[in-house]
Design a protein around this ligand. Structure first.
Ligand code: URA
Length: 489
C-alpha cells in the first residue's frame, strides 16, 4: 500500500509485522489507528512505536468508514494518558474488536481488554481529580509589566498534563501561571493559547510565598475537627501529595488539637443555636446524591443539586441553605451579586429581599426583563453576624469568595452569557480581579478574556443611602448602567 512506506515501516524483521510510528498522544494514535484499520491490519501484527518527534502531519488520515461508539472515543482519550506502555496496543485491539463483529465488547465487564480499559480510565480520572485538587501555585516573579507569575509543582502518576490543562486555563484565566511536572509542563500567559514544554524536575519550582500563607489560613478555617476521618482523609489526600501542599504540614497539629476543639465547639453550641438559620430544607445527603445522579450531566440543575451540600467553606453552617443562581440556562445576560441576604437565605432564591426589589424596579426602569436574566451571587451562602435575633449582613472574605469560585465559574461556563453584570465590589473583583474600582470602572462594557462585563453598584448601597433626594441621581445612574444590557436581552 502506498502510504505504508511513509507511515508504517513494514520492515519484515518479524514476518509481516507492521511498525506503527506515531506522535505519542491521542491524536497521533488515532491517526495511525485509522490508517491501520483502513488497511485491514489486525492488532496482532502491529508494533506500536511512540516516536516523540514524529510529525503530526498525519492529521489528515482518511476515515476508515468504521463507526465506533462515542463512549469508546471519549474513554480512549482518557486511557491514552495512562502510564502503561501497552495502552496503545490495548486501544487498537478494542477498536478492532468493536469494528469486527464485537460491537458490544465494552459492555462485557469480564472481558480482559474491557476490564483493563476501564481500570486504566479509572486510574487516569483519579489522577486528574488529584491534580485538580492538589495543585498549589506559588508566586514567583513580577514580570516586566508588573504582572505576577504563579508556579506549581505537581507529580502526576499518568501523562495527564495536557488533558487537564483546560481546567486550569478556565479556573485561573486571569493569572499567568506554569504547572511543572516530571512528565511535561504547561504554561498560560493570561491570554492566547496554552503552551507546553518538556518535563522538568522539582528544582525548577520555588517554595514559599504570600499565597502559601493564604492557603494555610484558608485550610485552617475549613478544617472541621468534628468531621475528622483520618482514614478517609488519607485516602482522599494520600501523603505523597503533602510535600507540595503548603497546608499539609498543618495537618498533624490540627489533628492533635481536634478533640479539644470539638469540646470547645460543644460548649459553644448553645451560642451557635442562637444564630438560628431558618428551617433547613429536608434533603438528606443520600437523597441528594440520588437526585444528582438522576440529573443531566453538565446541567445547571445538577450543579445546583451538587451545591446544596457544598462544604467548601464554613459559611454553610450558620446559613439555612445554599442559594444557587436562577434563570434561563441560555440567558444572554448574567447578573452577579455578592451573596444572598436574610430573605434569600430563607427562601433559597437570589434577589427576593429588599435589595432584590430595588433591583427589580431599576431593571424595569431600564427596560430589562428580569426573567430573561440569569441571576446569581459570588458567594452562595448568607454570611451574617447575629445581633439579638437579627442576622446582620457581613461581607464575605477573600477565602470565602475563593472557596465559592468553582460554582460561579461553572455557572458562567454552562450559561455562557454574552454579558456578565457585576453588582458591587465583591462581584466585580471576583469577575475581573482585585484591581476593580466600582466608581472608576462602572457603566462601560469591559471586554476581558473574550467576555463582556459591565460593573455597577450593588443595590444595597442605594438602600443604605436612604431615600434622600441626593440618592435619586445615584438611582438614575444605576438605571442607566443597567440599561446597557438592553441590547443583549
Ligand atoms: N444581595 C445580593 O448580592 N444577592 C442577593 O441575592 C440578595 C442581596
Amino acid at each position: 500500500m502506498s502510504f505504508q512506506a511513509s507511515l508504517f515501516d513494514s520492515q519484515s524483521t518479524a514476518g509481516d509485522q507492521v511498525v506503527a510510528r506515531f506522535a505519542p498522544n491521542f491524536a497521533g494514535w488515532q491517526n495511525a489507528a485509522r490508517r491501520l484499520l483502513a488497511a485491514g491490519i489486525a492488532p496482532a501484527r502491529v508494533w506500536w512505536q511512540p516516536t516523540p518527534d514524529h510529525e503530526q502531519a498525519d492529521a489528515d488520515a482518511p476515515a476508515s468508514g468504521a463507526r465506533v461508539p462515542k463512549a469508546f472515543v471519549a474513554q480512549a482519550r482518557t486511557v491514552s494518558c495512562h502510564r502503561d506502555d501497552d495502552r496503545w496496543a490495548l486501544l487498537y485491539r478494542l477498536l478492532w474488536r468493536l469494528t469486527h463483529g464485537e460491537r458490544h465488547v465494552l459492555q462485557l465487564s469480564g472481558d480482559a481488554d474491557t476490564a483493563r480499559f476501564n481500570r486504566y480510565a479509572k486510574a487516569v480520572r483519579r489522577d486528574v481529580h488529584k491534580m485538580k485538587a492538589f495543585v498549589r501555585f506559588r508566586e514567583v516573579t513580577d514580570t516586566d509589566d508588573g504582572v505576577p507569575r504563579y508556579l506549581a509543582w505537581f507529580e502526576p502518576e499518568h501523562f495527564i498534563v495536557e488533558y487537564v490543562s483546560g481546567f486550569f486555563q478556565r479556573r485561573f484565566a486571569n493569572m499567568r501561571w506554569s504547572i511543572l511536572t516530571p512528565v511535561g509542563c504547561v504554561h498560560w500567559e493570561g491570554h492566547g493559547q496554552l503552551w507546553f514544554s518538556p518535563a522538568t524536575d522539582k528544582s525548577a519550582a520555588p517554595e514559599g510565598d504570600a499565597l502559601e500563607q493564604a492557603w494555610q489560613i484558608y485550610y485552617r478555617s475549613i478544617f472541621n475537627p468534628a468531621r475528622v476521618k483520618v482514614r478517609a482523609m488519607q485516602s482522599e489526600m494520600p501523603q505523597k501529595y503533602w510535600k507540595n501542599m503548603p497546608e499539609a504540614h498543618l495537618i498533624p497539629a490540627l489533628l492533635r488539637d481536634a478533640d479539644r476543639r470539638v469540646q470547645a465547639m460543644e460548649a459553644n453550641r448553645k451560642h451557635s443555636d442562637e444564630l438560628r438559620c431558618g428551617p433547613r430544607p429536608a434533603s438528606p445527603e443520600a437523597d441528594n446524591a440520588a437526585a444528582v445522579a438522576a440529573s443531566a450531566p453538565a446541567s445547571l440543575e445538577r450543579l445546583a443539586l451538587q451545591a446544596t451540600t457544598c462544604r467548601n467553606c464554613p459559611l454553610w453552617q450558620p446559613a439555612t441553605q445554599t442559594v444557587f443562581g436562577q434563570g434561563p440556562a441560555d440567558a444572554r445576560v448574567m447578573l452577579v451579586g455578592e451573596q444572598p441576604g436574610d430573605r434569600e437565605d430563607l427562601a433559597g432564591l437570589p434577589f427576593v429581599g429588599p435589595a432584590g426589589q430595588l433591583l427589580d424596579r431599576a431593571l424595569a426602569a431600564a427596560g430589562v426583563a428580569r426573567e430573561r436574566l440569569y441571576l446569581t451571587n459570588t458567594v452562595k451562602h448568607f454570611k451574617f453576624s447575629p445581633r439579638g435575633k437579627t442576622r446582620l449582613h457581613a461581607t464575605p472574605s477573600e477565602t470565602e469568595v475563593m472557596a465559592c469560585r468553582p460554582w460561579l465559574d461553572a455557572e458562567i461556563g454552562l450559561v455562557a452569557p454574552e454579558l456578565v453584570i457585576g453588582l458591587g465590589a465583591t462581584a466585580g473583583r471576583a469577575l475581573l480581579g482585585t484591581d476593580v474600582r466600582i466608581n472608576r470602572d462602572r457603566g462601560r462594557i469591559i471586554t476581558h478574556d473574550d467576555r463582556r462585563y459591565l460593573l455597577t453598584v450593588h443595590p444595597s448601597y442605594l438602600l443604605r443611602r436612604g431615600t434622600a433626594a441626593a440618592n435619586a441621581s445615584e438611582y438614575q445612574r444605576f438605571v442607566q448602567d443597567l440599561a446597557q444590557a438592553v441590547d443583549w436581552v
